[in-house]
Design a protein around this ligand. Structure first.
Ligand SMILES: NC(=O)c1ccc[n+]([C@@H]2O[C@H](COP(=O)([O-])OP(=O)(O)OC[C@H]3O[C@@H](n4cnc5c(N)ncnc54)[C@H](O)[C@@H]3O)[C@@H](O)[C@H]2O)c1
Length: 328
């Protein structure tokens, strides 16, 4: 239990206390939870987000003293015009894999050029930068669990643009001694998440007799809870041994999508719902995401605690309350 409790809180409070912190993409799923936590340490929080994927309610539900700037990560002038920062968490991204396959240029400009813009801001401000990358950089690797030093062969333009962002980070560290850390998430879930869990619940709220899985259902994902990810982001920002490093962040157990669907139906007591599969994966999809996070556990003393099987029920209840549903 190294990353919890009073010792954990005090260590971070010292380094983040009253610091000026910028979260790009702070109106999104991960950004919302990260910002909520950062407010325990500092009132000087700025969110920079164009709201293209993030939700205005995520901003509304944060305290009023958060400085929200609506802006595009591709707009370097506007980004540079923000006040000087001590820490930058760079989360802003185009995150939809199929969209990247249809719009590779836009995906590149937001994810790769956007990361370069965030790096320039960090360099100018002498701020520590944490870059949120993705398991998508590995592509369809045969080696699972996948360690950080595995070959990087993205299957999608999204994975490629996130990888280019990583490479710019590494170059900035090598050339300018830029203080930064790269983290590669597996599938993050929790309240307000998007992605497959949200997609299933959404489909079921519209039509509970049938649940369609895109693909075969045999694709597997390593689900990691948002509170564990927020812990890891704070550790990455503040641990001196994380500088210039790249870390996988995952729970370390893969769940097939068909089993996820069955678990959700069981929790909702939808015993007669038929599961159907399209059998055609979307372009750029990956068969199995299962990361080896031992490096983060060893070096950051990160300890992911929440298993998806134990948390799904709570997540479903929370979501139903949030969208005002009581039954399907
Ligand atoms: N959620 C996951 O499972 C997961 C997995 C791997 C990596 N990641 C990475 O974590 C980060 C956060 O992801 P998330 O799940 O919170 O996604 P999200 O879509 O909820 O948040 C991304 C935010 O970026 C903003 N954004 C998009 N384009 C922008 C632009 N041009 N200018 C400014 N803001 C822009 C969106 O409005 C949104 O608020 C991303 O960088 C993503 O690549 C997430």
């Amino acid at each position: 239990m190294v990353n919890k409790g009073i010792g954990f809180a005090v260590r971070f409070m010292e380094q983040l206390q009253n610091k000026r912190i910028l979260v790009t993409g702070g109106a999104g799923f991960v950004g919302y939870h990260l910002c909520k936590k950062l407010l325990d340490f500092t009132p000087n929080l700025t969110i920079y987000d164009d709201l293209s994927g993030g939700k205005p309610e995520n901003i509304k539900d944060l305290p009023r003293n958060v400085n929200f700037v609506k802006g595009d990560i591709r707009d370097s002038k506007r980004l540079d015009g923000l006040e000087k920062q001590d820490f930058i968490f760079h989360l802003a991204a185009q995150v939809i894999v199929p969209y990247s396959m249809e719009h590779p240029k836009e995906d590149f400009e937001i994810n790769a050029l956007g990361t370069l813009n965030a790096l320039e801001k960090a360099r100018k401000d002498k701020a520590k930068l944490v870059y949120t990358s993705s398991a998508a950089v590995y592509g369809n690797t045969e080696k699972v669990p996948t360690p950080e030093n595995q070959e990087l062969a993205p299957a999608s333009f999204y994975g490629l643009s996130k990888l280019v962002g990583e490479q710019y980070c590494n170059k900035y560290h090598a050339e300018y001694g830029q203080d930064l850390t790269i983290v590669r998430f597996a599938n993050v879930y929790g309240a307000r998440c998007h992605g497959v869990i949200d997609d299933f619940l959404d489909k079921l709220s519209k039509k509970s007799k049938e649940l369609e899985i895109i693909g075969t259902g045999q694709q597997a994902r390593d689900f990691v809870h948002i509170s564990d990810i927020v812990d890891a982001l704070l550790l990455s920002a503040t641990k001196s041994n994380a500088v210039g490093k790249t870390y996988n962040l995952s729970y370390g157990k893969a769940m097939k999508i068909i089993d996820l669907a069955k678990t959700i139906l069981r929790i909702l007591e939808l015993n007669n719902t038929k599961i159907v599969t399209t059998n055609v994966p979307w372009k750029g999809d990956i068969r199995t995401i299962l990361l080896d996070s031992n490096k983060a556990k060893r070096e950051l003393h990160w300890n992911p605690k929440i298993r998806i099987e134990d948390h799904l029920r709570k997540l479903i209840i929370e979501r139903r309350i949030r969208i005002g549903q009581t039954s399907n």
